[in-house]
Design a protein around this ligand. Structure first.
Ligand code: GTP
Ligand code: SPV
Ligand code: MN
Length: 580
């Protein structure tokens, strides 16, 4: 399947020569090809077949034990000017980065096949979508990209029609953490990744293209590329609304995106539909609203904690055509992870007999599955124009201080809320877990340029769109003194979504506070929820002293990004302080 696009043809030829690949294979995206690749991965031991009666066409992949998460310390933004990458990124000069990567890639595909994956991020016919080509020597990466993107013939045809594409070069190399780098060249729209086969490091359409490169492009072109889920809410009157929500990695996007409302809500006729669970590209439409697409075609979701009780829609997807990475296995060959049910697995994520010490599935073990398998997947996810966003929600894991939900006074206050969200770190990236760090717009690991410029870009939308969404902050993760979650979360998050939508439609008022609008308890639907009113009052209270300290820390944080930080953010901080 060679191509009429000369730039692409030349690049593939050049890479094949440099990496000394044995063969070059162009992926067409067909079902026959899918089956051929699965068989190949079974034959070479990369895949293990799971119980085909309970889980037809499901496979287990156990990765190298040192290659289980994103590696933020080895991820670089390589702009000509260091200042353009900003203090939020690791930076390397493009020439130095290329020399380093050229060395690593030299001869690295000897004896291996080079796979060419043309892919499209977003519906093939959407003007908001963008294409890329990933070159990889990993058939496991091919199979994941097949589920996560629109790949093959259709994407190649669009590339040939349009000309431009993002170049992504990947090799699993030796999986040596000391020879592992994820390099981004936003000014050239290219990516080089070596030494890891893990999701965000290796499936280059996802975080590398759709967030780091796309955020850079989006700023130049007047749109937004964000780490957000997109969901639809239909009320019993049949009115449809859409919410985009940014939470850091492993903080609940997949769960919220496919939430099943509490029974009473379902009876009344509320419906939640899923557009996307991780990435959102949005731009102002002619009507002045922000219109969004999910650039992905699948879910690469966190397995632990997924159960019939927490996320039945996710669980329902995982019985067919799913790749499981680093989960445990039961005696009869079914995938298993902590939180799934009370069975005891036979082998752990390293393939060893499970002895009860430590988790059986890796805390960042994942499933890869086509979005079309999700019972709540919306047909609007395929709409070329996208969906109009009514509310933008920011959140994180905060054991204390941050209320269940707060509404921003206006767009600029909303940008401050997003820019200063903090969250406890999770197993989605290597490093210590549970440390509170600021994670602006959940983009700390994913923004392809200086955060000061990024916040300025966000603020500029008040001139770009006349009907901006309302902005909110949520926190599902408050804990009591015994360390228990105070809010039931999961399906019950619907109660907060209902209030958010009611605010967007001006159907309820909010109670004004220094940090933003809060719900009055009477306006939250708490039917069938046995919740102590004291706890709810705690969840909605503003701890003045705590917030004073928080705002001081916020000021210090913003200052650490230097003079590129828009002054209006500091004005917003002063407003909150005055009100406190
Ligand atoms: P990435 O794919 O890494 O971007 O993660 P994500 O934001 O999609 O997170 P996900 O929905 O997979 O949730 C991660 C973990 O948080 C899982 O173990 C969930 O069970 C847990 N979780 C999700 N929602 C809630 C909630 O409302 N309350 C509590 N307590 N835990 C939650
Ligand atoms: C995340 O870490 O935010 C993920 C998984 O969604 S990864 O693809 O590894 O980025
Ligand atoms: Mn994510």
């Amino acid at each position: 399947m060679p191509t009429t696009n000369q730039v692409l043809a030349d690049w593939v030829k050049e890479v094949a020569a440099h990496t000394e690949a044995d063969q070059v294979y162009w992926c067409d995206g067909s079902e026959a090809e899918n089956q051929k690749f699965n068989q190949m991965l079974l034959d070479d031991g990369t895949f293990k077949q799971l119980n085909q009666e309970t889980h037809p066409d499901c496979y287990l992949h156990l990765s190298d034990t040192e290659d289980v998460a994103r590696v933020e310390h080895l991820t670089f933004i390589c702009t000509e000017q260091e200042a353009d990458a900003g203090p939020n990124n690791h930076w390397m000069a493009p020439a130095d980065a290329k020399a380093k990567m050229d060395d690593l890639f030299k001869g690295c595909m000897k004896g291996r096949t080079l796979y060419v994956i043309p892919y499209c991020m977003g519906p093939i016919d959407s003007p908001i979508s963008r294409c890329g080509v990933e070159i990889t020597d990993s058939a496991y990466v091919v199979q994941n990209m097949r589920l996560m993107t629109r790949m093959g013939k259709g994407a190649l045809a669009r590339i040939e029609r349009e000309g431009g594409f993002v170049k992504g070069l990947h090799s699993t190399g030796e999986l040596d953490p000391n020879r592992r780098f994820i390099m981004h060249f936003p000014e050239e729209l290219s990516i080089m990744s070596y030494g890891s086969g893990y999701g965000g490091n290796a499936l280059l359409g996802k975080k590398c293209h759709a967030l780091r490169i796309a955020s850079y492009q989006a700023r130049q072109e007047g749109w937004l590329a964000e780490h957000m889920l997109i969901l639809g809410i239909k009320n019993p009157q049949g009115e449809q609304s859409y919410v985009a929500a940014a939470f850091p990695s492993a903080c609940g996007k997949t769960n919220l995106a496919m939430l099943i409302p509490p029974e009473g809500y379902v009876k009344d006729g509320w419906e939640i539909s899923t557009i996307g669970d991780d990435i959102c590209w949005m731009r102002p439409g002619e009507d002045g609203r922000l219109w969004a697409i999910n650039p992905e075609a699948g879910f690469f979701g966190v397995a632990p904690g997924t159960s019939e009780g927490t996320n039945p829609n996710a669980l329902a997807m995982l019985y067919k055509n799913t790749i499981f990475t680093n989960v445990a296995e039961t005696e009869d060959g079914q995938p298993w992870w902590e939180g799934l049910d009370d069975r005891t697995p036979k082998t752990d994520w390293k393939g060893n007999p499970f002895d009860g010490s430590g988790p059986a599935a890796h805390p960042n073990s994942r499933f890869t599955v086509s979005a079309s398998r999700c019972p709540s997947y919306s047909e609007q996810a395929e709409a070329a124009q996208g969906v109009p966003i009514d509310a933008i929600v920011f959140g994180g894991r905060r054991a204390s201080l941050v209320p269940l939900v707060t509404e921003a006074r206006d767009w600029a206050h909303g940008v401050l809320m997003g820019a200063t969200v903090a969250s406890e770190t999770t197993a989605a990236a290597t490093g210590e877990v549970g440390i509170v760090r600021r994670d602006p717009m959940a983009m700390k690991p994913f923004c392809g340029y200086h955060f000061g410029d990024y916040w300025g870009h966000w603020l500029s939308f008040s001139d770009k769109a006349t009907q901006l969404p309302k902005v909110f902050t949520v926190n599902w993760f408050r804990k009591d003194e015994q360390g228990n979650f105070m809010w039931p979360g999961f399906g019950d998050n619907m109660r907060v979504l209902e209030w958010i939508i009611a605010r967007c439609k001006n159907k309820v008022s909010s109670s004004e506070s220094a940090i933003g609008g809060l719900p009055e308890v009477k306006d939250l639907n708490l039917n069938d929820l046995s919740m102590d009113e004291d706890i709810l009052n705690d969840l909605l209270a503003v701890d003045r002293k705590g917030w004073h300290a928080e705002m001081d820390s916020v000021s210090e944080y913003l200052k650490s990004f230097g003079d590129r930080v828009p002054s209006s953010l500091f004005e917003q901080v002063e407003t909150v302080k005055d009100k406190l």
